[in-house]
Ligand binder design. Structure first.
Ligand code: GLY
Ligand code: MN
Ligand code: MN
Length: 437
């Protein structure tokens, strides 16, 4: 990554943090990376997941017992843990594109951080386990966290570069996964092909990879990874939702495939066109829930065109019929976390804009602004439990059940891209990576 780009990023971040600390009445911010957690009645640790507010300040994702001490107006201090340890990997002292921007102290024991901390006019962000008698300052102040979350929605050029890089890695891995699917691999084998092409292990993935053959595509967060190969005659479809990491930033991409030509292949193609129309509609000042509602109209239109429902698109949305086929939200903020923070916030100081009553899982209720990054991920699924509810409801007569039964064994379709909205244009990072690779 480019050193100058990072220097500009940290300069902007510092001005944001200075203003926010001032607004909240703090001089110092102590941010802890976290500590390893031991599994219950065991001596193995859970995979380490860094405090996202730590990686927001420094691109370090794999080092517990480390700290950023940020004093208003000063170069941030990084307390970087480097124990003498013959059991575990110890990272080298940082000497990379970002290291000049920090005053770095090396810790050989976790307790060596303590003398660097003070509680006067200080706030602490992190988990407090094991730090009970430490001078941390006010722990996780709500207003401070709200303001930091709000600010994270506006990505800097360095952050955009990381998100593009995460997309580049993930797109290469998606291509490898499609090849594995077409050669008859099991879900488990497809996932291995994905990870190998990404060059990242599963603990580095931003979320558990969703790799579903045939009707498994209808299980929204299916992470089971069956090791069974499906005989070619029974192979119908494939849905994969998998990302990648670049310096702590996430990709979150979904692709859906038909194994052979036919109605399901046509459905995938129709959803692909519709998804790109939605991306094309994104612009500054558009409330994201309006786009979500338009997505439901477009899903209804496809349901009608494929003869799955009898209602007009407008009445299928009004009645809630489309909710059976697309029960999740259209998308969410993306950044250091896959479901990035602040999507329901009504202002920098806090407050909540809840999702509409008919779309409880919509994760973004904000109005789109420049430099924000979203996923756009319409879906259309044949989900047993929701279809069962529909069959028992007053809307049952609006459905062509024979057509539903024909498509049910294919699971469903989701197509998900990662998009930057700029002041004057929309950048689809995911499609750009497909076009370039
Ligand atoms: N991969 C989870 C999601 O798309 O939100
Ligand atoms: Mn996803
Ligand atoms: Mn997503």
């Amino acid at each position: 990554m480019d050193k100058k780009l990072f220097a500009e990023h940290i300069a902007l971040l510092r001005s944001r943090y200075d203003a926010i600390l001032d607004q909240c009445g703090f001089d110092t911010l102590n941010v802890y990376s976290g500590r390893p957690k031991v599994q219950f009645l065991d001596d193995n640790n859970y995979p380490f997941k860094v405090n996202p507010q730590f990686k927001a300040l420094v691109p370090v994702t794999d080092n517990p017992h480390s700290w950023v001490i940020y004093r208003r107006g000063q170069k941030p201090k990084l307390l970087f843990y480097r124990p003498v340890d013959f059991w575990h990997y110890v990272p080298p002292a940082p000497q990379t594109f970002w290291s000049d921007e920090y005053e770095i102290e090396l810790l050989s024991k976790p307790d060596e951080a303590k003398p660097f901390l003070h509680a006067d006019n200080a706030a602490f962000i992190g988990e407090t386990d094991g730090l009970e008698d430490w001078p941390l300052g006010e722990t996780n102040p709500e207003q401070l966290i709200s303001r930091l979350h709000w600010a994270r929605a506006y990505k800097t050029p360095y952050e955009m570069a990381c998100l593009r890089d995460a997309n580049r890695i993930a797109v290469g891995a998606h291509r490898a996964a499609e090849d594995a699917f077409r050669s008859g691999a099991s879900e488990f084998e497809i996932n291995l092909a994905y990870l190998k092409a990404a060059g990242q292990g599963e603990n580095r993935m931003p979320y558990g990879n969703i790799v579903g053959l045939n009707d498994h595509g209808s299980i929204l967060h299916y992470t089971h990874l069956s090791d069974k190969r499906i005989p070619e005659a029974q192979l119908r479809s494939f849905l994969i939702d998998a990302g990648a990491d670049s310096h702590g930033y996430c990709a979150d991409i979904t692709r859906s495939y038909a194994y052979r030509d036919g109605e399901f292949a046509d459905l995938v193609a129709a959803m692909d066109i519709m998804q790109q129309q939605l991306v094309g509609q994104m612009k500054v000042d558009l409330p994201y829930p309006d786009l979500h509602r338009d997505c439901h109209l477009k899903v209804a239109d496809i349901l009608k065109r494929f003869d799955l429902i009898k209602s007009s698109p407008e009445s299928a949305v009004e009645s809630g019929l489309t909710g059976t086929f697309m029960p999740h939200g259209l998308g969410h903020f993306l950044g250091l976390q896959v479901h990035d923070v602040g999507g329901h916030q009504s202002g920098p100081e806090g407050g909540t804009n809840p999702p509409p009553a008919d779309s409880p899982f919509l994760r973004t209720t904000r109005t789109i602004e420049a430099e924000q990054v979203f996923t756009v991920e319409p879906g259309l699924y044949f989900i047993d439990s929701l279809l069962g509810d529909l069959k028992d409801s007053g809307l049952a007569g609006e459905v062509h059940w024979d057509k539903v039964e024909e498509l049910r064994p294919f699971g469903g379709v989701r197509i998900e891209d990662n998009v930057i909205v700029h002041a004057d244009r929309v950048e689809n990072m995911t499609r750009d990576c497909y076009a370039e690779s």
